[in-house]
Ligand binder design. Structure first.
Ligand code: F6P
Length: 347
């Protein structure tokens, strides 16, 4: 068999571990593997190279992706990209494709499967918002980076008697904010699933300061919905009009708006820090290297068994296969149970 591997969407730590796991297992099974460059874009351009032992040597601990990535949507309205992709898949002599990506890349994979392509998906995203799997790889690294940042901000916030607002990634789901907030001891965490107002946030901070504390740390997801006052919804102010081919706006900036609003409301000196792509770059944690490697191996096994249209998933401690279509059907957002636990530690 000839297998193509590609990585799409935002990069994330652990991608190279998946590629290595998938290639090593495929080579053991006697298959040929090619790496398709820059996600679905590479399939349109027939941009690929052979992945042998040498090509995947020394990459396990490296962040990013040796294959490159893009946010190309093969099913973008008004374009016939998917037809060209299917033609190229056949022309390149491929028997199967392993697509490593998040909701967008795997959404395309699910559609390609329906259109007759032998696809296997691997769930990647620092946001941890894919259904069907307990965790996506990359999330653990992101929350460790964010927790480390919160720890550092705590000490400087305390020295200067300030409120520090830390903006983390998380477009539709607040998993990064919630976990990093819990681990870092945030005094309040704002996530997309739980809209809040500046008045409520300030009430929590004031209570804390009334207890004698002179500093606070606020963690906010980039996609959080915060109202400055009852009329105005912050999420609207933050929308950048430029959209990618999947229709997503570029987020970023809510931290500064929240910080200004807190200072205006209660007069505490407040500063903001936007962690941004730092959360996606660099060395993966041991957890993400292990999860990525196991996902890669499982993906190659699914190809071997011709069990297409599936996504590798972590359930408990086991790696299993779930339906790609179901996995991309609904996003996994933060549930009330864990949010209520986190809330107990606010203030
Ligand atoms: O989907 C992962 C993610 O990191 C989101 O948290 C974030 O909104 C988005 O990607 C940023 O994408 P880009 O790197 O294209 O700006």
């Amino acid at each position: 068999m000839k297998i193509g591997v590609l990585t799409g969407g935002g990069d994330c730590p652990g991608l190279n571990a998946v590629i290595r796991g998938a290639v090593r297992k495929s080579l053991l099974l006697g298959y040929e593997v090619i790496g398709i460059k820059n996600g679905w874009k590479g399939l349109l351009e027939k941009n690929y190279y052979k992945l042998d032992h040498d090509a995947i040597s020394g990459i396990l601990h490296r962040g990013g992706t040796i294959l490159g990535s893009s946010r190309t949507n093969l099913y973008e309205e008004g374009k016939n990209y998917y037809q060209l992709a299917i033609d190229n898949y056949k022309e390149m002599g491929l028997d199967a494709l392993i697509a490593i990506g998040g909701e967008d890349t795997l959404g395309v994979a699910a559609k390609l499967y329906k259109d007759g392509v032998n696809v296997i998906g691997v769930p990647k995203t620092i946001d941890n918002d894919l259904s069907g799997t307990d965790y996506t790889f990359g999330f653990d690294t992101a929350i460790n980076i964010a927790t480390d940042a919160i720890d550092r901000l705590h000490t400087t916030a305390e020295s200067h008697n300030r409120v520090l607002v830390v903006e983390v990634m998380g477009r539709h789901a607040g998993w990064i904010a919630l976990h990093a907030g819990l681990a870092g001891g945030a005094d309040i965490t704002l996530i997309p699933e739980k809209p809040s107002t500046i008045k409520e946030i300030c009430r929590v901070l004031k209570q804390r300061h009334d207890r004698g504390k002179t500093f606070s740390v606020v963690v906010v997801s980039e996609g959080a919905k915060v109202k400055i006052d009852s009329e105005e919804d912050n999420s609207l102010i933050l929308q950048n009009l430029k959209k990618d081919s999947f229709g997503h706006v570029a987020l970023g900036g809510i931290g500064n708006i929240v910080a200004d609003a807190i200072e205006n409301e209660i007069g505490y000196e407040t500063r903001a820090v936007v962690l941004g792509h730092i959360q996606r770059g660099g060395t993966p944690t041991a957890f993400d290297r292990v999860l990525g490697s196991r996902f890669g191996i499982k993906a190659a096994e699914l190809v071997h068994n011709k069990d297409f249209g599936k996504m590798t998933a972590l359930r408990g401690t086991r790696i299993v296969a779930v339906s790609l279509e179901e996995a991309v059907g609904t996003l996994k957002t933060v549930d009330d149970e864990i949010y209520n636990e986190a809330q107990i530690l606010f203030g």
